[in-house]
Design a protein around this ligand. Structure first.
Ligand code: 4AD
Ligand code: MG
Length: 430
């Protein structure tokens, strides 16, 4: 009976079959130690010459790394074995003898590994990362589902920009002219929020941005909740609860993966609500005090974010940014119209902004003015302006970048390893 390695515990003392690949091998004359991976885990299989057909023993002798194999044997619990279980082999079938595998246990450079991303995904480290990624994504949707948010998907091919025209990916759309890949699902989310009250979209988003930092991808995944009648303060409460729930979930369910990555768990355990909240103006004072002054009105770069967040042991909200450095849709603060009711969440340990969000303009005249100021073509935003004509309400939402969140929780250097096939400024392959 074929089993999966992750379910081994349920099959101890039985003859089982595992279908997988050879991860690694050691031999000592009369005995082969095969490390077998099947996608769900890695298990050691021991093959004694005296206990298998001669052809099987010879096949194991010649077996190359990543050859595909089907093995049968007695499953035993063994506390000394990696993973706690071991297979005593009775037979081995080679499905394909692999060509010399380019990724060997020795160290390889990142560019080499990225060129072989299609194979690199088979490694233990990448397994840990992809499992944490899946856990984060599931954690987000479970959290929002439990809060009454309905998933309403938004289009990827769109006629208009959300986050400024300088980072649009352009393509032609039959006879209708230009189309752009979505930078965010937000505008459609706002229509959905007016229809369903609380919604979220979740999908790939695109930024044609010539940034080559450890935080930037050209294609990244974003989950975006949006709710009618939600204020900025309520948005921050929702976001801090969501982030805290996510971190707790990964700590609980993906401890083994965090161990593989040698993640220091202490900083993650500190992630509990409430998160500190500081204004943009206060952030500027902190930057000046740290010897990194910034002119009022400029947006933060990665260095500024690192300085601001390093003062706190958990994520920090920075709110009330100058209107001039934020997107056209941001609601001005009625007390002080030169700043907007937007807030970003900066992750600790130098990971930078993981969430951007806030209140949206709901007054039609003001929104039209902003579109003009930003020189955006009003005809493609007609439907968006309609939302302000037919039962307009104050509303808020935010976008959480999955890869930055995964990179932070997993404690890795660069977002490129937080997505299966990264799209970077200098990389479209594989
Ligand atoms: O701050 P951003 O641009 O906000 C929006 O797109 C809003 N429309 C979201 C909303 O309110 N519904 O992006 C949100 C998040 C960032 O905080 C970051 O985590 C991630 O998306 N992000 C990127 N991640 C990787 N590479 C990039 N180039 C990213 N740009 C943004
Ligand atoms: Mg942002």
């Amino acid at each position: 009976m074929p089993i999966r390695i992750e379910d081994a515990g349920a099959h101890v003392g039985r003859e089982v079959e595992i279908r997988g690949w050879l991860y690694n091998k050691r031999s000592s004359g009369k005995i082969h130690f095969l490390l077998i991976r099947d996608g769900s885990g890695i298990m050691q299989a021991v093959m004694a010459k005296s206990e298998v057909p001669a052809v099987a023993f010879q096949a194991a002798e010649a077996l190359t790394q990543e050859s595909s194999i089907i093995v049968r044997g007695m499953l035993r619990a063994d506390p000394r074995a990696p993973g706690g279980y071991e297979l005593s082999l009775a037979d081995l079938q080679v499905v394909q003898q692999a060509a010399p595998y380019p990724i060997t246990p020795k160290e390889h450079g990142v560019e080499f590994l990225m060129d072989h991303r299609h194979l690199w995904l088979r490694s233990r480290r990448q397994h840990a990362l992809m499992r944490i990624r899946a856990e984060v994504m599931k954690g987000c949707t479970d959290f929002l589902d439990s809060r009454g948010f309905l998933r309403v998907d938004t289009p990827i091919l769109t006629p208009a920009s959300v986050e400024g025209t300088t980072t649009l990916f352009e393509t032609t759309y039959f006879d209708l002219g230009r189309a752009y890949l979505a930078q965010s699902g937000q505008l459609y989310n706002e229509a959905a929020a007016a229809a369903f009250g609380r919604v979220y979209c979740f999908g790939p988003t695109f930024r044609a941005e010539k940034s080559k930092t450890r935080r930037h991808l050209i294609e990244f995944w974003m989950i975006e909740p949006e709710a009618a009648y939600m204020s900025m303060d309520e948005y921050m409460e929702l976001a801090e609860e969501m982030i805290s729930a996510l971190v707790a979930r990964v700590l609980e369910r993906r401890r083994g993966e965090l161990d593989v990555l040698e993640r220091d768990l202490k900083p993650l355990e500190a992630v509990q609500p409430p998160f500190p909240r500081i204004s943009y103006d206060e952030a500027l004072e902190r930057l000046a005090a740290a010897g990194q002054p910034l002119t009022w009105g400029e947006d933060f770069g990665g260095d500024e974010e690192t300085i601001i967040s390093s003062a706190f042991d958990r994520p920090v909200f920075v709110h009330r940014y100058p209107a001039q450095c934020k997107a056209f849709y941001m609601q001005p603060d009625p007390q002080r119209p030169d700043v907007v009711l937007g807030a970003d969440l900066l992750a600790p340990e130098g990971y930078g902004e993981i969430i951007g969000g806030g209140e949206r303009i709901y007054d039609p005249a003001m929104l039209e003015r902003r579109l003009d100021e930003h020189k955006l073509p009003k005809d493609v935003y007609r439907w968006y302006l309609d939302l302000r004509r037919y039962g307009s309400v104050p509303h808020s939402g935010f976008g959480l970048g999955i890869e930055r969140t995964v990179a932070w929780i997993a404690g890795i250097e660069h977002v490129r390893e937080a997505i299966p096939f990264p799209r970077l400024l200098n990389r479209l392959y594989p």
